[in-house]
Design a protein around this ligand. Structure first.
Ligand code: F0G
Length: 422
């Protein structure tokens, strides 16, 4: 049996309350397993061997850890074989940040190009099992793309609430293409989120934002996947971008469960990185006070959020893991993005906040230069090509690489190549 309970006041919520915050204190709810989680025999071997299974859902980087998830019949699973994102060395990024032990886990390799798919496969599966009629989310773009695609697979309608004019074209295109009802509203993400919550409270929609604990259950498998792929060797630090803060909470939950189940001997420290213009959580962390919402500004539109829903559990996650939070200026994030791209690991701006955060935390002495550090890249570079074009079109940028216009004759081409190689 599953129980929904509040992480702050421990109140249990009635079955089917997953689209709502705790009725007593307003914090987000968690899925708890009343009989605990039970691993299969030889769990490490079983989890790994599923990668070669003939069953689509078993190869999924999420469902191969299914004993750690809400139970569900195979036929109900809505999957695109998400997860199993590679963790790779990144030589230039390591040199740039001064962290020789830095590696990068590229969650942008997921089916819709962002880490959201790990949570969405579980949220949409759960929605279908619960008989939900219309799924919905507020989004800066990636959640909406992911919901649209998974809802299409499930044959369910999806409504996505977007801050009009602030969502990169490719993310919006994904949602439109998959048939979602896309509603661009006047206002920022925080306004859209409030509207989505009200719709859910009225019972009009089934909300799959990360306040839905089933979505975080799926998202927590990133922690298991990360540990499993490195033979359960626990890194010293895992660095994540912070927006609405569901991801860092889910990760911390996954790492804590891995330790409690004896799969990992400790938990890594989690560092949350926000853009300086959208850093209410960093302030709350540094001042050890409740979060004060801000009007968010940053070119990293995915994390342009001024009133994050999950700040309370995110504070708990940092305390529990001995983690930290840091804010980074947009220019630094843009440069980090370009460095990652030169490592063949192009990502969208929000993701590059992790590399920029790694450098800043090393400079501060928080992260030791020999530490084993994993930076999570949460979204593919193809999610926001306009910001890349802007960067390379600006000669003041360190790694600017503009398009060179040239006549098509051999002499001009050879001269252009020689000049570029000089
Ligand atoms: N990275 C990317 C690429 C994102 O799209 C988001 C959030 C984050 C990081 C931050 O994660 O919210 O769990 O702290 N995107 C949400 C969306 C808000 O609607 O797509 P978080």
């Amino acid at each position: 049996m599953l129980v929904l309970s509040c992480g702050t006041c421990a109140t249990n919520a009635p079955d089917g309350s997953e689209c709502m915050p705790c009725a007593s204190c307003g914090d987000v709810l968690n899925v708890t397993y009343d009989r605990g989680l039970t691993l299969p025999r030889d769990a490490r071997v079983v989890f790994r061997s599923r990668l070669t299974s003939h069953a689509l859902h078993e190869r999924s980087g999420v469902w191969r850890f299914r004993e750690l998830l809400p139970p569900v019949n195979d036929s109900q699973i809505v999957t695109l074989q998400e997860g199993n994102a590679p963790e790779l060395p990144a030589e230039r990024s390591a040199a740039w940040s001064g962290l020789e032990g830095l590696s990068v886990k590229n969650l942008g390799c997921n089916p819709t190009g962002s880490y959201k798919d790990a949570g969405m496969t579980v949220a949409v599966t759960r929605a279908r099992v619960a008989g939900a009629k219309v799924l919905a989310c507020a989004s800066t773009g990636n959640t909406s793309a992911s919901l649209a695609v998974y809802a299409a697979r499930a044959g369910l309608p999806a409504v996505v609430l977007l801050p009009a004019g602030h969502v990169p074209t490719s993310k919006l295109a994904q949602a439109l293409d998959a048939g979602a009802i896309a509603l661009g509203i006047d206002g920022d993400f925080d306004v859209a989120m409030q509207a989505a919550r009200e719709l859910a409270l009225r019972g009009a929609v089934y909300l799959v934002n990360s306040l839905n604990p089933f979505r975080r259950e799926g998202q927590k498998t990133v922690a298991f996947e990360l540990l499993e792929s490195r033979g359960w060797r626990v890194p010293d630090w895992v660095i994540v971008p912070g927006g609405n803060l569901g991801h860092c909470v889910a990760l911390a939950q996954g790492f804590a469960q891995a330790q409690a189940l004896g799969l990992a001997e400790r938990v890594p420290r989690i560092a949350v990185v926000q853009a300086a213009g959208a850093a209410p959580f960093v302030r709350a962390w540094q001042q050890n006070e409740p979060l004060v919402p801000v009007h968010a500004t940053t070119f990293a539109t995915a994390i342009k959020i001024g009133n994050p829903v999950s700040w309370r559990p995110a504070l708990r996650a940092l305390h529990a893991t001995g983690g930290t939070a840091i804010a980074i200026e947009d220019d630094r994030i843009a440069e980090a993005r370009a460095v990652l791209a030169r490592d063949g690991l192009a990502c969208e701006p929000a993701s590059a906040a992790t590399l920029a955060g790694a450098l800043a935390l090393r400079e501060r002495g928080t992260i030791d230069e020999a530490a084993d550090v994993v930076a999570l890249l949460t979204g593919s570079s193809l999610k926001d090509v306009a910001s890349i074009e802007r960067y390379h079109g600006d000669p003041s940028k360190t790694l600017a690489n503009p398009l060179r216009r040239v006549a098509g004759d051999m002499a001009s081409l050879e001269r252009a190549i020689a000049e570029a190689l000089r």
